[in-house]
Design a protein around this ligand. Structure first.
Ligand SMILES: [Zn+2]
Length: 583
C-alpha cells in the first residue's frame, strides 16, 4: 500500500528523510546527472524567484515512510505550463502502479489550475538516435507509458539536436495537453523551449544552440507525433470533466447505525442527510470512499486503556441496549471500577452520552473517514470535508462525553503534525475541550476555540480565556469565551482575532472543527448567526490560504443546518476560486 503526498516543507525530519531518499533514487537511476543538480532540489523548492520556476515534489511512500517513487514537477507560471523534471519508481516497484499513480497526480495538479499542459523529456525510441539496444527498449517503454495519456513528442523541430554533435540519446520534448485539445502555436512553443533550455540547462546549452532550436520551429500550430504504441486514440484518458476543481468530501457511511432514540437526544442521523441534500447539488464537492486505518492512529491520541475499554465493553452490551455512566470515581482515579458497566463513569464526563455497540462502530468508522481526508490533504488537496457523526471535539485523551467518543480532529491533527505545523480552529458553539486537553503541552499544534463562556455553556469546566497551555505548550492554546447574547458583528470580530493568532503561528495545515450550533435557534446554543453570517465565516477562513480539513462537529437545528453548511462552504469555495483566479 502506498499514498502520494505533496511535500510542502523541507524542514521536518520526515520530509528531510524523504528528500534524501529521492536524491538517492535520482542518483541510482539517472547516473549521468551531476551531483550538484540533485543537491539543488531543496533550494529550488524554497526559492522560486531565483530559478524562475516553482519546484514541487510528490512522493509515493508507505506509512513506514519508505519512498517507492517520486515526481519532481516545475511550474513556470509566466508561461502557464508544468515541466516534469524527474519521475522515477524505486527498483522492483515498476509494475506496482506507483508510476501511473504519480503521473495521474501530477496531471491533476496541472489540471487544477487549468495549465496549458505538461512538458517533459524522454530519451528517443529511434535506433538512429539511441544506439544501445537495452536503453532503446527502456525508451520505448517510457514513451509508450506517456502515450497512454495522449502525451507524445513534439516533431519537426531541432529540440532533439545533441548539444555536443554525435552524442547518443538526445531527448525528445514530449507534450501532454491534459485532454484540453488546445493547439500549440509556434510562438508559444518557442517561448517554452527557450524557457526550459535557459532555466533548466542554462549552464550547459550555449546561446547559439538555444537560438538554433528556437528558429527551427516553423510549423504553426506545432505538431506532435502520431500515436505509435496505442492502437486506439486514447487522448481522452482523464479529460477533466469539471472546469472547477472540487473539494474532497467523505461521508461516514456508518453514521446512521448510531441512533439514540431517546427524547431530546438531538445528535441524530437526520443531521447528516440535511447537510448532504444541500451541499451535493452545489458541485463544490467530489465524494470519496474512506479507507481503513489501524487503531494506532487513535491510541496515538487517546489513552489505549480507554480505547480498549470502549471496544471491549460494547461487545458485552446487548444489541440495542445502551449503558449510561452513573458513577464517577473522581475521588480515586487510581481504581477504575471492576464492573465494566459501572466503569463507564470512569471514562466519561457527563450522564447523557451512552455506550453501545453502534456508537463504537460509528465512531470508529468516523476515524477512518477523518484519516482518509487527512491523507487527501497530505496529497495536496486544497480542502477536504469530513461529514461525520458522532462528533468528536469533547473527547479528551482518556474520556468521552458531549455526544463524542473519538476526537476526530485531534487524531487528524496528530497525524498531520508529523508533516508540518497544525492549527485547529474550533468554531462549534461549545468549547473544544478535547483537543485543548490533548495538545495542551505541545507547541506544534495550536488550538483555538470560539465558544459560549463555560459559566453557562457545556462543558462548564473548561474554555476559560486564561487557559493558555502549559510547559512547552504555553501560548499555544487560545480561548475566546463569548457571552450568552452576542451580535453577528461581535462574532465576526472574534473570528478575525482567532484568524490573526493562527496567521502568527504560520501553520502548514489548518483543521476546522466545524460546529454549526452557533446558528440562530439551535437547541443547544444561544447565538444569532444566520445564512449570510455562515457565508461570511467561510470566506474569512479561506483568507488563511491553507490546506484545510473540515471536520463536522455540532449543529442541531436541522431545518437550517444544511442551508448553513451550504452557505459556509460556498463562501469558502468562491473566495479561494476568486483568489486563485480559477473561475
Ligand atoms: Zn456544540
Amino acid at each position: 500500500m502506498f499514498r502520494i503526498r505533496k511535500i510542502s516543507n523541507h524542514y521536518l525530519p520526515v520530509n528531510i528523510k524523504a528528500i534524501e531518499q529521492v536524491k538517492n533514487l535520482i542518483d541510482k537511476q539517472f547516473g549521468d546527472i551531476r551531483k550538484e543538480k540533485i543537491d539543488l532540489i531543496t533550494d529550488q523548492m524554497i526559492d522560486p524567484l531565483k530559478y524562475r520556476f516553482h519546484a514541487m515534489l510528490f512522493v509515493a511512500d508507505s506509512y513506514t515512510e519508505t519512498i517507492k517513487g517520486f515526481a519532481l514537477l516545475l511550474h513556470m507560471p509566466d508561461l502557464h505550463f508544468y515541466y516534469l523534471d524527474y519521475m522515477a519508481v524505486a527498483p522492483g516497484k515498476t509494475s506496482s502502479g506507483v508510476g501511473g499513480a504519480l503521473y495521474q497526480r501530477v496531471r491533476e495538479e496541472a489540471q487544477s489550475v487549468h495549465a496549458k499542459g505538461i512538458f517533459l523529456e524522454c530519451l528517443p525510441d529511434d535506433p538512429l538516435l539511441s544506439r544501445n539496444p537495452e536503453i532503446l527498449a527502456q525508451n520505448k517503454q517510457r514513451l509508450a507509458f506517456y502515450e497512454k495519456y495522449g502525451a507524445r513528442p513534439i516533431i519537426n523541430t531541432k529540440y532533439e539536436m545533441p548539444v555536443v554533435p554525435g552524442d547518443n540519446d538526445p531527448p525528445y520534448l514530449v507534450f501532454d495537453n491534459l485532454g484540453y485539445k488546445e493547439e500549440l502555436s509556434s510562438d508559444y512553443v518557442k517561448q517554452v523551449m527557450e524557457a526550459i533550455l535557459r532555466r533548466k540547462y542554462g549552464d550547459y546549452c550555449p546561446e547559439s544552440y538555444i537560438k538554433e532550436v528556437r528558429e527551427s520551429i516553423v510549423d504553426n500550430p506545432v505538431l506532435v507525433r502520431p500515436y505509435k504504441y496505442t492502437k486506439k486514440k486514447t487522448d481522452n484518458i482523464n479529460i477533466p470533466t469539471a472546469e472547477k476543481p472540487a473539494l474532497y468530501l467523505v461521508v461516514n457511511s456508518k453514521h446512521d447505525i448510531h441512533h439514540i432514540k431517546e427524547r431530546g437526544y438531538v445528535e441524530a442521523p437526520v443531521r447528516i442527510e440535511s447537510i448532504l441534500k444541500e451541499i451535493l447539488p452545489t458541485g463544490i464537492f467530489k465524494l470519496h470512499e474512506a479507507e481503513n486505518y489501524p487503531d494506532h492512529f487513535i491510541t496515538a491520541v487517546h489513552d489505549p486503556k480507554y480505547v480498549s475499554y470502549f471496544k471491549t465493553v460494547v461487545e458485552k452490551i446487548a444489541e440495542g441496549k445502551s449503558v449510561y455512566p452513573y458513577v464517577f470515581p473522581i475521588r480515586n482515579n487510581a481504581k477504575p471500577p471492576v464492573e465494566l458497566s459501572v466503569r463507564a463513569g470512569y471514562y466519561c464526563i457527563d450522564t447523557f452520552t451512552p455506550l453501545n455497540k453502534n456508537a463504537y462502530l460509528a465512531a470508529r468508522s468516523g476515524v477512518n473517514c477523518t484519516l482518509s481526508a487527512a491523507d487527501a490533504i497530505l496529497q495536496g488537496t486544497r480542502a477536504a470535508y469530513v461529514l461525520t457523526r458522532p462528533p468528536g471535539h469533547h473527547a479528551e485523551a482518556n474520556v468521552f462525553g458531549g455526544f463524542c467518543y473519538f476526537n476526530n480532529n485531534a487524531i487528524a491533527a496528530n497525524y498531520l503534525s508529523k508533516y508540518g505545523k497544525v492549527a485547529i480552529l474550533d468554531i462549534d458553539y461549545h468549547h473544544g475541550n478535547g483537543q485543548q486537553q490533548i495538545f495542551y503541552k505541545r507547541s506544534d499544534v495550536l488550538t483555538v476555540s470560539i465558544h459560549g463562556h463555560p459559566s453557562f455553556a457545556y462543558p462548564y469546566f473548561s474554555g476559560f480565556n486564561n487557559e493558555k497551555g502549559e510547559g512547552e505548550g504555553l501560548g499555544f492554546n487560545v480561548n475566546h469565551a463569548l457571552p450568552e447574547t452576542i451580535t453577528p458583528e461581535k462574532y465576526q470580530k472574534t473570528l478575525l482575532l482567532a484568524l490573526e493568532s493562527i496567521k502568527k503561528f504560520k501553520p502548514d495545515y489548518l483543521i476546522v472543527a466545524l460546529g454549526l450550533d452557533t446558528s440562530k435557534g439551535d437547541p443547544t446554543g444561544t447565538w444569532p448567526l444566520r445564512i449570510a453570517d455562515f457565508l461570511n465565516n467561510g470566506k474569512l477562513i479561506s483568507s488563511l490560504k491553507l490546506p484545510t480539513l473540515f471536520v463536522q462537529e455540532g449543529g442541531y437545528k436541522t431545518q437550517v443546518l444544511g442551508k448553513n453548511a451550504k452557505a459556509f462552504f460556498t463562501g469558502f469555495y468562491d473566495a479561494i476560486m476568486a483568489s486563485e483566479n480559477l473561475k
